[in-house]
Each structure stands twice: as C-alpha cells, then as structure tokens.
Design a protein around this ligand. Structure first.
Ligand SMILES: NC(=O)c1ccc[n+]([C@@H]2O[C@H](COP(=O)([O-])OP(=O)(O)OC[C@H]3O[C@@H](n4cnc5c(N)ncnc54)[C@H](OP(=O)(O)O)[C@@H]3O)[C@@H](O)[C@H]2O)c1
Length: 287
C-alpha cells in the first residue's frame, strides 16, 4: 500500500510516518509540499504521488484563535478536507480525515458514541464538523477519525506545545501550576492513534470512528499523575474553568467511546493512565 500523509512533520503526522513506514511505502507531505486549501496544489501532488490512501492531519488547531479567524479556520478545517475528498474521489484514492471530540457540547455526561448528535460550541468544533461532512459526503472511500486531547513526542506544530509540554514548562518557570478540574476527557498519545489508524486502513469499513484511550480523567487528575510519575515538587492546584477568563466555550465533558472500532473488532486503544506512563518512560530525554 502506498500511503501519503499530509502534515507529516506535525504531532500526529510524525508518529503516523513512523508507524506505517516498516510495512508500507510512505510519502510524507509537509506544508511546503501541499496547500490543502488550494485544489490545484492538491491535484498536482496527488497526480504525481498517486497514493492508494491519503491521510490528512493538517488542521487549524488553535481553538481560541479560531474565534478571531473563523474564515481561515474554515478554509483549513473544512475547505481543505473538501478539496482532498473531491480529488481522492475523482482519482479513486482512499481518504482518512482526523476530527475532534470538540464536535460535542458535553451535556451528555456519558461517553459519546459515533451516532450521538454533534453540537459544537466553538468555531474550531464547527469547522472540524464541516470537514467531517465534506470528507464523508464527497468521497465514498472515506474514514473520519475523531481523536481527543492528543500528545506526542513532537508537540503540535501550530500550537507549539501540547498539554504535557505546557505544564512541564510551567512547573519549571512558575511557583505553582493551576489546572482545571472540571474538564473531563481522555488524553491520548499520537503513537496509539497511529497504531490503530494502521489497523483501520487495512479494512474497508469506511465511515466515522472514535479513537481515544479507554477511561476518562480531568486535566487536573491527568497532571497529578504526571507530577507523581516525574516526582515534580512545584505545587499543583485544581481550579475551575470559571476561574479563568475564557474567550472560547469548550465542552466540560468530551469522552469518546470507541464504539465502531470495537464493533469491527480492531480496538486496541490502551487505558489513558497506562498510555501516559508508557509515554513518559519512552520520552524521558525529551522532557
Ligand atoms: N491537539 C489536540 O489535542 C487535538 C484534539 C482533537 C483533535 N485534533 C486533531 O488532530 C489532528 C492532528 O493535529 P496535530 O496536533 O498533529 O497538528 P499539528 O502538529 O499542528 O500538525 C499539522 C500539520 O499540518 C500542516 N498544515 C497546516 N496547515 C496546512 C495547510 N493549509 N496545508 C497543508 N499542510 C498544512 C502543518 O504544517 P506547518 O506547521 O508547516 O503549517 C503541520 O505539519 C488535527 O486534525 C486536529 O484537528 C487535535
């Protein structure tokens, strides 16, 4: 299988390239190679590479900034996947697009399945949801994979960090670190998303999938586990989302249930704490 990966030097893209490379021919595409908002750029690269499957990790990820730049966010998160899905459909290329837990409003307070009704609270979530519809409705051979609270050895390129790198930096630089205790989700390492994506694209079970670690945790409890594992001494203080001045609404609860992965028998996502401890051990030098 010849696999083209858009955003190959990003947080998720880096692990996808690593995971797919031993068994498949991988063409890693960076922003210098392709501009997903420009259909001519998409056509040109896909005509030259001719992959069997195209995986898109490119996104406008800065959730607060998207409120100020809704058109730019829509271009990258919705028009981008639309262009990719259209060209993939024309050329008979299979397509995989990543989406987010932020398509939900959090009111359910129980893990969200793929058939739960989305209701995004912010611009980022709305643009990603449009990207989902464009992917699924413009290319029949599409997978859409929703992920949540992702972290990898290469931090998000657009944000310049992930939750772990941010709080470790704060632990070094600040007298105390405040973390919200009332946003509950399932943080998930990109390595495990890459492994499960590989299993998914080896099937032909196209459609919408949730792909996060098992279990759920608040950001504060997640940070507390990191503090324990790395023996950090800086005081860690639980706070409420309401203690911060926020420019953007986020769901208080966005736990995803990997219902469809389980129903096709390929869910191999670990429990969040096991995955976190493994990540911290594997990336000791990086911190
Ligand atoms: N971060 C989270 O916690 C989270 C949660 C839920 C879902 N997700 C989703 O997970 C996916 C992967 O996120 P990530 O953290 O790996 O992102 P990332 O590290 O920011 O990587 C995105 C990559 O896409 C490239 N890119 C950006 N705009 C592009 C464009 N217009 N055309 C072509 N390439 C472009 C970037 O290159 P340049 O940097 O050079 O522009 C970068 O290589 C995204 O779909 C995101 O929405 C993330």
């Amino acid at each position: 299988m010849k696999v083209a990966i858009v955003g190959a030097n990003g947080q998720l893209g880096t692990d996808l390239v690593e995971e797919f490379s031993p068994a498949h021919e991988v063409i890693g595409l960076t922003h210098a190679d392709i501009e997903i908002t420009d259909i001519d750029s998409v056509k040109k690269i896909l005509l030259s590479v001719k992959p069997d499957i195209l995986i898109n990790t490119a996104a406008y990820n800065k959730v607060p900034d998207a409120e100020m730049e809704p058109i730019k966010a829509f271009q990258i998160n919705a028009t981008g996947p639309l262009n990719l899905a259209k060209v993939c459909a024309e050329m008979g290329i299979r397509f995989l697009q990543y989406s987010t837990d932020y398509v939900f409003d959090g009111k359910k307070q129980r893990p969200y399945k793929e058939d739960d009704l989305p209701n995004p609270l912010n611009v980022y979530g709305n643009t990603k949801l449009s990207g989902e519809y464009f992917s699924l409705n413009y290319c029949d051979l599409s997978f859409v994979v929703r992920v949540s609270g992702i972290y990898g050895k290469v931090p998000s390129r657009s944000k310049g960090n992930n939750f772990i790198t941010s709080i470790l930096k704060a632990a070094k630089e600040k007298p105390e670190v405040k973390v919200v205790n009332d946003e509950v989700l399932t943080p998930t390492p990109t390595k495990w998303i890459a492994k499960n994506t590989l299993a998914l694209v080896r099937t032909e079970a196209y459609g919408l999938y949730h792909m996060s670690c098992e279990g759920s945790v608040s950001w504060y409890e997640f940070a507390k586990t990191i503090w324990g594992e790395l023996k950090i001494k800086t005081p860690l203080i639980p706070v409420s989302v309401n203690d911060f001045q926020h420019s953007v609404k986020r769901p208080f609860y966005s736990v995803l249930e990997n219902h469809q992965l389980k129903s096709i028998g390929i869910n191999k996502m670990p429990e969040w704490k096991k995955a976190l401890v493994e990540f911290l051990k594997e990336n000791k030098n990086y911190f």
